[in-house]
Design a protein around this ligand. Structure first.
Ligand code: HEM
Length: 452
């Protein structure tokens, strides 16, 4: 019976996938024709694909007509490369991300500039140094901290932020960023409101590491200035803690205990640099994920209402299913970059097999992959019953997000009090617009709130 239904369903799925690609192509051409006629077509395409919706269309077209597009043109200036490959099918994106011996992470040099020298495990290829750094951080940030320390702190902060807001709330500025900054700073080992400057520091550093593909000198200047200021704050915090250790249960005390146990390559600078990188990876992203998901829910009133029900029932896993499905439509990262360390082939044995020349910058288009109709059932439909393996929000393979278990709890916990207690609607003001021309990190998103 399964064989018969597969025989029947498989061609249907391929036909559906082809029809979806054709639909995306028609829409893309229509939007290009409608855009400012005086602008060259390449610029119109570039402007369109700087938006999330434009990227979704482009990936939809590529998935069907050129699933692994290879070109000599360099789209990335920030990291050395000799051309670009865009990979859009779900299976191929996972293949790129799991073949880390062939496709290397690129962030190392820029992490080195932020830390003034050293890299951290996130910028390293597999090997002893990476394993050692990763192990230290797993010992310092324990899995059971999420339920025990982080969840209660986020819930308390989010409740207080919502209670203090009036008839409108600027979600990143009043809720997601300050609450997360405060919680993370205390968890890592800074007292009280010392996390507040992290909002202004981590955002430009994150932009520099993950989003500044064009190597804009202004972005670099701002990021390096933020890094200097943050390093000074962290150095002072480490020195102060060493002078008066105390028995606080936080990441810094655990790091100092590991240092005392004579762990190699774990001096004060290594603690500081890991601390800096984790804050940069954690704060802007968790906030962006929560805001993006809320934005998408506000476009779907029925789903918003169901998410509010889950929030009122204090059902965090159910709320998470709504938010992470919403995030699929507006993810924090639309692609993950890798550099091909040698000539290699992906999707070998299939019609879409592609030779990838050494030094190509490979865009593993996780956003495109999460709409692949040959893997996801009805990908354009909002569904909360998808297997978690269909979400690539946290990447895949060796460099999969270190904070994944935090994200799963932090994103719903940040939004729960707002969704549970208020009737939300969009504010008809320019700062409600979230599609930030590739800017990705929302710093303002005001919604109107009314008591239920
Ligand atoms: C919702 C929020 C977040 C999103 C969407 C996100 C997304 C990602 C993605 C896609 C990657 C893979 C990058 C790659 O393969 O090149 C990644 C890696 C990483 N993330 Fe996250 N992240 C989030 C929150 C966090 C948090 C809270 C932390 C820290 C506590 C964190 C720390 C890291 C680190 C250190 C890496 C590098 C891992 C490695 O190279 O082994 N992230 N993240």
């Amino acid at each position: 019976m399964p064989l018969l239904s597969n025989l029947f369903l498989l061609p249907l799925r391929y036909l559906g996938a082809f029809a979806a690609g054709l639909g995306d192509l028609a829409r893309l051409l229509y939007l290009l024709a409608k855009a400012d006629k005086g602008t060259p077509i390449a610029e119109r395409l570039e402007a369109m694909t700087a938006t999330t919706d434009g990227q979704r269309l482009l990936f939809g077209v590529l998935r069907v007509f050129n699933a692994n597009l290879s070109m000599s043109r360099r789209l990335v200036e920030a990291y050395a490369n000799a051309g670009t490959v865009i990979v859009t099918r779900f299976d191929d994106v996972r293949e790129v991300l799991e073949r880390d011996e062939d496709f290397a992470v690129v962030y190392g040099p820029r992490i080195g500039r932020l830390t003034a020298g050293s890299s951290t495990f996130a910028g390293m290829q597999p090997g002893q140094a990476r394993e050692q750094g990763l192990a230290m951080m797993h010992l310092a940030l324990r899995r059971d901290d999420v339920e025990r320390l982080l969840l209660p702190a986020i819930e308390q902060g989010a409740r207080a932020a919502v209670a203090a807001s009036g008839r409108q709330i600027d979600v990143p500025a009043q809720l997601t960023l300050p609450v997360m900054a405060d919680v993370l700073a205390r968890y890592f080992g800074l007292p009280g409101s010392d996390g507040e400057p992290w909002i202004g520091w981590t955002t430009p550093m994150y932009r520099y590491l993950a989003l500044d593909l064009a190597a804009d000198p202004d972005v670099e200047r701002e990021a390096l200035a933020a890094a200097r200021a943050m390093r000074a704050q962290l150095d002072a915090a480490i020195a102060a803690r060493k002078a008066a250790p105390g028995d606080r249960d936080d990441v810094l005390n655990r790091c100092l205990a590991l240092q005392k146990a004579a762990q190699p390559n774990f001096d004060d600078a290594a603690i500081r640099d890991n601390w800096l990188l984790l804050a940069v990876s954690a704060l802007p992203t968790v906030s962006a994920a929560a805001v993006n998901a809320l934005d998408e829910l506000l476009r779907r009133p029925r789903m918003l209402e169901a998410a509010c029900d889950a929030a009122r029932g204090n059902d965090l896993p159910a709320l998470g299913r709504y938010l992470f499905e919403a995030l699929r439509f507006r993810p924090v990262h639309t692609v993950i970059c890798r550099r091909a360390v040698r000539d290699c082939v992906i999707a070998r044995g299939s019609l879409r097999a592609r030779k990838i020349p050494q030094d190509s910058m490979v865009f593993a288009a996780t956003f495109g992959a999460m709409f692949d109709p040959l893997t996801l059932w009805l990908p354009r439909t909002f569904r909360t019953d998808r297997p978690s393996t269909h979400y690539l929000h946290w990447g895949y393979g060796a460099h999969r997000c270190f904070g994944e278990h935090i994200n799963r709890v932090a994103v719903p916990a940040l939004l729960r009090p707002l969704l549970a207690s208020r009737r939300l609607s969009r504010v008809d003001a320019p700062d409600q617009v979230l599609d930030r021309r590739g800017g990705v990190l929302p710093t303002r998103f005001t919604v109107a709130t009314g008591r239920r």
